[in-house]
Design a protein around this ligand. Structure first.
Ligand code: TXA
Ligand code: MG
Length: 329
């Protein structure tokens, strides 16, 4: 119903109550956030969320971000909230950071495009926050553009794309940040930036210690005290699944070393810093801790052969998983 022949109004703060009412009744409202304008619907109302996909012409397999006004309210959409999410919200929320977390049963699958995780954001904009609070729900909102077009940073941009399709656009002037939020997936061993944004990898590693950036590169905090764990050298350490990935990782650092079995090191080009674990499981277990202690004094970055696929090296791998924090390049 909302997607055809609708008269589209544009209004300011005086229209927030009306916007909240439209959302409660299952309609769509565009609203400003500090990043870009969002096209909102009640995230828990399946029929309403479907209208977003129709209005934007959005592919059905692209999940929506759900917006809340406070950390307390997030719980309704999320199954578990890891400690680290609270730390990130403490520092960056409200703000341009979306956290991907396991979704709750209550949140309809249409909102997450059929997947079991949900992107959650607490936007830093008074109109957005007021609208969310007054609607009394979480608001699913993609950027308020027609799918494939540039994201809107003015109410007029939204009007260009959504005129006649939605009843109300709340106008908050030009958005501050101008590009969409950073999307960070917290459902994997190491947090992964799925979309870069104003909350940068450098800002994130201060909290997380280790992040995979959107290009798939492992970024590790320089300060070792960030992420104290057993079996960890005092310099960053990652696993390498093959000779090629070890060499590629080595080339990104100015003072790195590759630690591996003899058979692995034979294929490393001449001139690379290397250290041998020996070859058999018992040799490797005997040498590994001493070697790491020596190498951390000489090098700034340690790349160690990954043993996760080799069952004979199970015990060694058990320790190395902690050494590398499960980061495999
Ligand atoms: O700044 C923003 O994030 C804006 C404002 C309105 O909040 N919203 C926004 O939404 O940019 P959208 O739908 O245009 O982009 C959301 C991005 C998409 O790339 C989507 O695939 C990803 O976030 N995303 C959402 N939920 C996800 C999930 N559960 N897992 C992985 N990626 C997800
Ligand atoms: Mg978008």
């Amino acid at each position: 119903m909302p997607c055809r022949n609708v008269v589209t109004q544009i209004g300011g703060v005086e229209k927030i109550d009306e916007g909240a009412k439209i959302l409660r009744e299952g309609g769509l409202v565009a609203f400003p956030t500090e990043t870009v304008y969002g096209l909102g619907a009640d995230a828990f109302n399946e029929e309403a969320v479907k209208q977003i996909f129709i209005a934007k012409g959005r592919p059905q397999d692209n999940p929506l971000i759900v917006h809340f006004a406070s950390v307390e309210d997030v719980k309704r959409a999320v199954k578990e909230i890891p400690e680290v999410a609270y730390k990130l919200w403490d520092k960056f929320s409200p703000g341009p950071l979306t956290l991907v977390l396991p979704k709750s049963e209550e949140l309809p699958l249409v909102t997450t495009a059929g997947i079991q995780t949900v992107g959650i954001r607490i936007p830093n904009h008074p109109i957005a926050l007021e609208l969310i609070k007054k609607s009394g729900t979480g608001i699913a909102a993609p950027s308020a553009n027609t799918s494939g077009r540039v994201s809107p940073t003015l109410a007029e941009h939204v009007y260009e794309d959504m005129n006649g399709k939605i009843p109300l656009i709340l106008d908050g002037g030009q958005t501050d940040v101008g590009i969409e939020s950073t999307v960070l997936d917290l459902t994997k061993d190491t947090p992964i930036v799925l979309r870069p944004g104003a909350v940068t990898v450098e800002m994130l590693i201060e909290v997380l210690g280790k992040v995979i950036n959107h290009k798939g590169e492992v970024i590790i905090a320089e300060s070792p005290g960030m992420k104290y764990k057993h079996y960890a050298p005092i310099v960053p350490c990652v696993g390498a699944k093959c000779v090629q990935s070890a060499v590629a990782e080595y080339d990104k650092h100015s003072n790195a070393v590759i630690v591996a079995r003899e058979s692995f090191l034979k294929e490393i080009p001449i001139g690379y810093n290397v250290a041998s674990l020996g070859e058999s499981p018992s040799e490797c277990m005997r040498s590994v801790f001493g070697l790491l202690r020596d190498l951390e004094k000489q090098y700034d970055y340690i790349i160690i052969e990954d043993f996760s696929e080799k069952s004979e090296y199970y015990a060694l791998n058990n320790r190395l998983k902690k050494t590398t924090g499960g980061i495999i390049v």
